[in-house]
Design a protein around this ligand. Structure first.
Ligand code: MLC
Ligand code: AMP
Length: 521
């Protein structure tokens, strides 16, 4: 690690990994990650990052090649994420709920060469035809010297032993850092490619806006394989030299117990479903004695009712913000000023936002609903291997079309009112109806399919499918749900299936989903 310090002498932090090495140089003993009974210092984290980076290079990873992380929350996630950056690779994030359809697509589309995963993840991957995937690094198993697929499989501990002396350098600001897959409105999901510059610009803005310092301690139960947990929670911590208590998953009682037990926790981030569950749990067992200075909510709309109920019981005003994989964070309620219910505030420092007419793309006055566009150094550089989709996503003068509809008040507070494209947000996870319709449409019993989102008291929205059965078939609801679950992440499966004789269509034959929603509610 000492050898690397020579690269990080300045105060400029061009990447998260560079920031972490700077903190380690200054305060090697300072704790950074608490996980179960483990406590990781900045010094130990950097030593492991460097070992993994060297191992990757010795194994044969070249600059710009893709390493997928298909992994639940754990310190090794952080080690392999930053180690990939130090080795010059690009990280591909993979939700651990993904099944055959999503896994095949992402691994193939990103041409992933090496994947860090669990033994269960390795088994799922080895069942697929993935010719680009040369190696699996298994964090909880012994690896398999003679796997059935084309990939070699190695235990993480053995892989880490490979690290010999090899030249490493901190990544350049313009180098690609991470690909996050976002569900596509048409066809398959697209990889949003963020550079180190995008990521650092984002984290600078977020940590400035929320007054995040090295004295902060975040309690993080969001998954690290999505932007919220990783690029807001983990990046903010690492960038500022702060601490994080990382939980393997979210459980309301566990969060309340952690808060009760640890007065040093100052920050908590979650999606609305988490806040609803925290509220319900605290109503039963009481509010913790120690509360963080800041609760932040995002990824899905926070209802004004939940905002008010939480404030009443916890005595804290949730700060709601708005982001997306392509841009990480865009809009935030103010830290000091009024945090207004039902709004997501205004742009972060150094960023711009505006509302335009969906058709004419002209700027709209305050109060009128249009598409939200954003611009700034935080905005991604384009979709992986999708030049047309990338070109379509931007205005000629660099504004990014978010696909979200909203309005801005005269005093600068944005409200998200809907989406330009069909999208269901269930518990903070995005589900594009088209993806589920494709799978349901391939079931032998279904002739026509439409997937809609209906209100859900826990997840905000739920996935519901309306199916017109093929003639002579009598499909079974449970069997169709199981069919879907085998192929897609479980949160995308319909909660309910309604069998119908026809679907309402307009003159052009397009399914009128708003009518379906009215009919089935
Ligand atoms: C889990 N399940 C869901 C679900 N989460 N179903 C619908 N919607 C969801 N969000 C299903 C599982 O498939 C499983 O079904 C059953 O519920 C129980 O699984 P679980 O693992 O026990 O679920 P639980 O712990 O209750 O998860 C709920 C949750 C989780 C809210 C903690 O969904 C979650 O962590 N959401 C956060 C997602 C997130 O990080 N989004 C940020 C994206 S970034 P079965 O049938 O298999 O038993 C982004 C940008 C931004 O949006 O602005 O931040
Ligand atoms: P993803 O593509 O998974 O990153 O999800 C991004 C989408 O989540 C955005 O385009 C919005 O539709 C939605 N979103 C994020 N934050 C909020 C919020 N505070 N309120 C409403 N929707 C949100």
């Amino acid at each position: 690690m000492r050898r690397l310090f020579k690269f990080v002498k300045g105060v400029v932090m061009r990447s998260i990994v560079e920031a972490v090495f700077q903190h380690a140089q200054r305060r090697p003993q300072q704790p950074v990650v608490f996980f179960a009974d483990q406590s990781w210092s900045y010094g130990k984290l950097c030593a492991e990052i460097e070992r993994f980076a060297r191992a990757l290079r010795v194994w044969g990873l070249r600059a710009g090649e893709r390493v997928a992380l298909f992994l639940e929350n754990c310190p090794i996630f952080v080690v392999t994420y930053l180690g990939t950056h130090l080795a010059g690779g690009i990280v591909v994030l993979v939700n651990t709920q993904y099944q055959q359809v999503e896994l095949s697509h992402i691994m193939t589309d990103a041409e992933v060469r090496l994947c860090v995963t669990s033994s269960a993840g390795a088994q799922a991957l080895l069942r697929l035809q993935l010719p680009d995937l040369a190696a699996l690094v298994v964090v909880d198993g012994a690896g398999d010297p003679s796997p059935t697929g084309s990939s070699e499989s190695m235990a993480f501990a053995d892989f880490m032993m490979r690290g010999e002396s090899t030249e490493l350098a901190m990544p350049e600001a313009e180098a690609p850092a991470v690909i996050g897959y976002t569900s596509g409105t048409t066809g398959r999901s697209k990889g949003a490619l963020l550079t180190h510059r995008n990521v650092v610009a984002n984290v600078e803005a977020v940590t400035t806006a929320w007054r995040w310092t090295e004295n902060d301690h975040l309690l993080l139960a969001l998954p690290l394989f999505h932007a919220h947990g990783l690029m807001v929670g983990m990046h903010g911590t690492l960038f500022r030299g702060a601490r994080v208590t990382l939980r393997p998953r979210f459980e309301a009682a566990d969060i309340l117990a952690r808060l009760d037990a640890d007065a040093s926790i100052t920050l908590f981030f979650g999606v609305p479903t988490m806040y609803a569950r925290l509220l319900a749990e605290a109503e039963k067992q009481g509010v913790p004695v120690h509360l963080p200075r800041l609760f932040v909510c995002g990824s899905a709309p926070l209802s004004p009712q939940l905002f008010a109920d939480f404030e009443r019981l916890f005595g804290r005003t949730i700060l709601e913000r708005y982001g997306m994989t392509e841009t990480i964070m865009n809009l935030t309620n103010p830290y000091d000023g009024e945090r207004r219910a039902g709004t997501v505030g205004g742009p972060f420092p150094g960023q711009e936002a505006r509302i335009v007419d969906v058709r004419t793309r002209r700027l709209l006055p305050a109060g009128e609903i249009g598409e939200i566009e954003v611009r700034g150094p935080h905005v991604f550089c384009g979709y992986w291997k999708r030049p047309e989709a990338s070109a379509e996503a931007f205005e000629p003068d660099g504004w990014f079309k978010t696909g979200d509809l909203g309005r801005c008040s005269a005093d600068g507070y944005y409200t998200i009112t809907g989406r330009a494209h069909e999208l269901i947000i269930s518990g903070g996870y995005n589900v594009y109806p088209r993806e589920v319709e494709d799978v349901l449409g391939s079931h032998p019993d279904s002739a026509e399919v439409a997937v809609i989102g209906l209100p859900d008291s826990d997840f905000g929205e739920q996935v519901v499918a309306v199916i017109v059965p093929r003639e002579g078939r009598t499909p079974n609801e449970a069997e169709i749900i199981a069919f879907c679950r085998e192929r897609l992440a479980s949160y995308k499966k319909p909660r309910r299936i309604i069998f119908a004789r026809t679907l309402p269509r307009n003159a052009l034959g397009k399914v009128q989903k708003h009518l379906l929603v009215e009919q089935v509610q």
